[in-house]
Design a protein around this ligand. Structure first.
Ligand code: FES
Length: 126
């Protein structure tokens, strides 16, 4: 299955800003995963580097891992089990009066928490 994830120009810019701030090498992939959420069953996890080993809170963070080219020279690593919950995700970044944050526009979410960091999947959670 082809995996489709898109980024807005502001998300691309924020990722590059964070890459420089954190000293992450150019070309280093970004791990996009799911963990148990606080307000909804699943929460997004985004960090430079490999997917972390599986834990009780993130049992799907294991192989096989898909490499998804999201444009702008950026590759996301996504565990196969998470793909049904992340397919066609659009990642945006926006600033407001209390600061900036990534905004996840996920067509697989049946409900989203108030801050947008966790969601109720339309399909059963892994
Ligand atoms: S995780 Fe609680 S409001 Fe978003």
């Amino acid at each position: 299955m082809a995996v489709r994830i898109t980024l807005s120009p502001t998300a691309l810019g924020e990722i590059e800003r964070l890459r420089k701030a954190q000293g992450a090498p150019q070309g280093q992939p970004i791990a996009l995963g799911l963990t148990r959420g606080a307000c909804q069953p699943l929460a997004y996890r985004l960090k430079f580097g490999e997917l972390p080993p599986p834990t009780a809170d993130a049992p799907s963070a294991n192989a096989p891992v898909h490499q998804v080219d999201v444009g702008g020279g950026i590759t996301f690593l996504i565990a196969a089990e998470d793909i049904p919950h992340l397919q066609n995700l659009h990642l945006d970044y926006a600033e407001d009066l209390v600061g900036g944050a990534f905004r996840f526009q996920n067509p697989n979410a049946a409900e989203v928490c108030g801050c947008g960091a966790s969601f109720q999947p339309a399909a059963p959670a892994p």
